[in-house]
Design a binder for this molecule. Structure first.
Ligand SMILES: [Zn+2]
Length: 412
């Protein structure tokens, strides 16, 4: 069992076969959640699950599960491996699919080699990870983790005006099981990096220990335009002075607290934007990111408080739009270490990484220890037909997933 390897050709073949499902007339891959194309992809996946004799189950949100278990191990919590098979518009062929099909490949390899697993292994494909048709993204895993009420989620209206629950029933993938019905011992997700770091540094495997939190805002301060020469400063309603106060307080807060959170004001527009006129309006963006839990939420509160303080002074109008706030995720250290060791066992170079993008693993991490394995993305491109990871890199990633699974299963 020491040098067990996945069947590279079989895995690549399945990736290729699934990539033909959901092509439009222009040949673009468009497998949006709960469309006929998604159903066709699910049907194919289900046929692969069933041909291996796995127990296929659905939950009420259409998340798909396939479990390999024996009489001896069926009472143990499973190792769960997966990702998603829905896509964006004009997608690449690896995003999500790699995580699900390499999970299947791991199970098939262990099964055909008569591996005596002390636990069941469950492969999962979560509903609507991309969130293109039904925003927001990662909805299936969010519902599964219990952090979003399923009825509320099923009432989501898509960009085409359709209701999610109706579409789920229409394609025949609404199950009876409550979300969260299988609680795994661990969750693993193999994914393309979607960034340039592994390729640039010539490293084969990323062991993902954290997922970056981020928040994005547009803030508008409004005042009164007036002549730069004839209005005394103390009589002005100058939004630029408010901006100077806001930005200096914010930067001091971040620097003084030595936070892992970084703050960027990367875009600013003044109106009317003339050298001799006090501006009437300042519009700027604020982007904040952090790989660590600590301080991230406090920094968001600091910004909100500061904006309230400026507004309360009564001179300047304040309008702040919070576009997105994703909290940082810290994955399970033991799992990250097991991935690192497993890559080294296979003589692959490995790097401790932070994910810049969101993934199902961050939701499942709320109910079970989770971690991710990254493989290189050529030029860091994804969500695009140019998305590319070489056959060898896919083989490496899937073998690290296999090795990590075996190392975990031999722990207890
Ligand atoms: Zn993905």
């Amino acid at each position: 069992m020491e040098h067990l390897r996945i069947n590279k050709e079989r895995l690549l073949d399945r990736i290729k076969t699934l990539s033909k499902v959901g092509r439009n007339d222009e040949g673009q891959l468009v497998r949006l959640a709960l469309t006929d194309e998604d159903k066709a992809g699910r049907d194919l996946l289900k046929s692969w699950f069933e041909s291996l004799g796995l127990i296929v189950q659905l939950d009420q949100f259409g998340n798909m599960f396939a479990t390999w278990q024996t009489d001896e191990n069926k009472d143990q919590k499973p190792l769960m491996i997966g990702s998603h098979i829905d896509s964006v518009i004009d997608a690449g062929i690896y995003d999500g699919v790699l995580g699900v099909l390499s999970g299947l490949e791991v199970v098939e390899t262990l099964k055909e080699n008569h591996f005596k697993s002390p636990r069941p292994i469950t492969i999962v494909a979560f509903t609507n990870e991309e969130g293109v048709r039904f925003p927001p993204s990662m909805l299936g895993s969010l519902v599964y983790s219990g952090d979003l009420n399923i009825d509320k989620a099923l009432d989501t209206i898509g960009m085409d005006g359709m209701r999610m629950g109706d579409e789920l029933e229409r394609i025949g993938y609404k199950g009876d099981n409550e979300p969260g019905f299988i609680k795994p011992e661990w969750y693993l997700e193999l994914h393309i990096e979607q960034g340039p770091i592994l390729e640039k540094e010539n490293v084969q495997i990323g062991a993902v220990y954290n997922l970056q939190g981020n928040s994005r805002r547009e803030i508008i301060f409004t005042g009164e335009a007036n002549h730069a020469g004839s209005t005394p400063n103390y009589l002005r309603k100058d939004p630029m002075q408010a901006f100077a106060y806001f930005s200096s307080r914010l930067y001091n807060y971040i620097n003084d607290n030595k936070l892992a959170t970084v703050a960027t004001i990367g875009s600013i527009q003044l109106e009317p934007n003339a050298a001799t006129i006090i501006p009437s309006k300042v519009t700027f963006t604020l982007d904040m990111r952090s790989p660590e839990d600590e301080g991230f939420n406090e920094a968001q509160e600091f910004v909100r408080g500061l904006l309230k303080e400026i507004e309360a002074q009564g001179e300047i109008g304040v309008k702040a739009t919070e576009f997105a706030i994703f909290e940082p995720v810290v994955f399970d250290e033991m799992l990250g270490d097991t991935i690192t060791e497993s890559a080294r066992d296979l003589n692959l170079t490995v790097k401790r990484m932070i994910s810049g993008a969101g993934h199902d693993a961050q939701m499942i991490n709320r109910i079970a220890p989770s971690a991710m394995i990254f493989v290189p993305s050529k030029d860091g491109v994804s969500h695009n037909p140019l998305e590319y990871t070489s056959d060898e890199e896919i083989d490496d990633g899937a073998n690290v997933l296999l090795k990590t699974s075996m190392n975990l299963l031999s722990k207890k």
